[in-house]
Design a protein around this ligand. Structure first.
Ligand code: HEM
Length: 441
């Protein structure tokens, strides 16, 4: 072991992997605060499975995420690789897909997505009671499911169908749940896919298949993600697999729906605990929107609300860990890493680094009001480098619009005091957040 890597003391044999697996968020944030600024890498004892190394240096995080030649997303289980799409592909296939899809996420398309978001929030709120309890995460999920299917495929989805898709996506998430077993039991000994998982995948294939089918039936389909992929399929230079469209549809729902619903749920949680911030959001929303539903032209004026979203993503980043593995043996920050050594790049831990942020545990949206933040490198809720989240603008816009439109109409209060998380690819609340609403006028 070289001088640049530090192994914290842990239990013999399982060592600190045990603690990492038991409470990853606490452990990673602890490592960040104890060793960040001192050791760029911290290796966790590897007992049964492959070694795990935590990247504590923020600049190094971006270096790793930028370096596709030496690091890749972990290949994961066979199950995780079942679908080919932007989220899961690698190498030339990924390059081709990203090139085809990128233009559907910029410029004029964004204004269309924003209007879809504004309309959808308005529609969903029309069903809310004037006063009473709501299932916050459920409601936010309905909004994000409808926005994503309309934005990407020009097709709306009913509450009931959206719920079934979400349940299926949750089963997929559970199978990838982050647990002790992943570290202690070699991949070869881990159990295969469950019946539930097979059923969930079948449902997702059917629903996504219908999206694709209906899209194909339109004589003059509107320009969207599916159009781009269909066109790419006809380009002999771009070799896309046959089930590409269905897989891509499922992967986009996986990547974009739950993450945005979680962001919104957490934002309302933080605002409930910070009444002054909530009041400022309401004032801004009322001034800018004046009772109307939000639209593209309002976006630039919702500045404080944007800060609230950024601060929510700092304290509760849905993608709490961005893993990478070394493609082959490499040297990083003076340390030799094995092929397939797992690197943990954790937004959750970096976002709470006391060396980078003033008062890191406090919810302070104003910290985003200045120009460049000195903690910029320590903030990466959407990842970084070539594989940075392609949907980040859609997500931010949708979050701003939802917060603004809800709060100009409702008092919303979440009484859950402390958040506990269930960790999979994302961090979800462990229990439903008790929330009540009441119209303000
Ligand atoms: C607040 C909401 C969101 C968060 C926190 C989030 C987070 C992330 C992160 C951290 C990555 C990078 C993963 C890595 O490098 O390994 C990523 C990639 C991705 N995201 Fe998002 N995301 C969000 C919303 C969305 C939305 C709305 C969409 C689709 C409309 C989307 C689609 C994708 C796709 C397709 C990728 C893979 C990009 C690639 O590999 O080239 N995300 N997201």
């Amino acid at each position: 072991m070289t001088a640049d890597v530090h192994t914290p003391p842990g239990l013999p044999v399982v060592g600190s992997v045990h603690r990492l697996a038991r409470d990853p968020l606490r452990y990673l944030a602890g490592i960040q605060n104890a060793y960040g600024g001192q050791y760029p890498l911290v290796r966790v004892d590897p007992p049964g499975n492959r070694p795990v190394t935590v990247v504590t240096d923020a600049e190094l995080v971006h270096e790793v995420l930028a370096d596709r030649d030496r690091f890749r997303r972990p290949q994961g289980s066979e199950q995780a690789q079942r679908r080919e799409g932007l989220l899961s592909s690698d190498g030339q296939l990924w390059e081709a897909q990203r090139e085809v899809l990128e233009p559907t996420f910029v410029g004029a398309q964004l204004a269309d997505y924003a209007d879809i978001a504004g309309r959808t929030v308005d529609d969903v709120l029309a069903d809310w009671p004037a006063e009473g309890p709501v299932d916050l995460y459920e409601e936010m999920s309905v909004i994000t499911m409808r926005v994503i299917t309309q934005s990407l495929f020009d097709q709306d989805t009913t509450r009931e169908r959206g719920r079934r898709v979400r349940e299926a996506l949750e089963v997929l998430g559970r199978e990838t749940e982050f647990g002790l077993l992943d570290f202690l039991v070699p991949d070869a000994l881990q159990t295969g896919p469950s019946d539930d998982l097979e059923a969930a995948n079948d449902l997702l294939d059917t629903v996504a298949g219908e999206f694709v089918e209906r899209h194909r039936e339109q004589p003059d389909p509107p320009r969207n993600m599916l159009t781009a992929l269909v066109e790419a399929k006809q380009d002999p230079e771009v070799a896309l697999a046959d089930n590409e469209l269905v897989d891509e549809a499922v992967l986009f729902m996986t990547a974009g729906q739950e993450t945005t619903a979680l962001t919104l749920t957490y934002a309302f949680y933080w605002l409930s605990r910070n009444p002054e911030a909530r009041q400022r959001v309401r004032e801004e929303a009322t001034t800018v929107l004046d009772g109307d539903r939000p639209g593209w032209d309002d976006l630039n004026d919702l500045t404080y609300i944007e800060q609230v979203v950024r601060e929510t993503l700092r304290l509760t980043p849905p993608a709490w860990n961005i893993p990478r593995e070394a493609r082959s043996p490499v040297r990083l920050a003076g340390t030799d890493l094995d092929a397939e050594e797992l690197l943990m790049l954790s937004p959750y831990a970096h976002h709470r680094d006391g060396g980078a942020w003033d008062d890191p545990e406090s919810f302070r949206p104003e910290r985003w009001s200045g120009s460049a933040s000195r903690a910029q490198d320590s903030y990466f809720p959407f990842g970084s480098g070539p594989r940075v989240c392609i949907g980040r603008q859609i997500a931010l816009t949708e979050a701003q619009f939802t917060l603004a439109h809800v709060l100009q109409q409702y008092d919303i209060q979440t009484t859950t005091a402390d958040l506990d998380f269930r960790l999979g690819v994302t961090m979800r609340p462990d229990t439903a957040l008790e929330t009540s609403v009441r119209t303000v006028n």
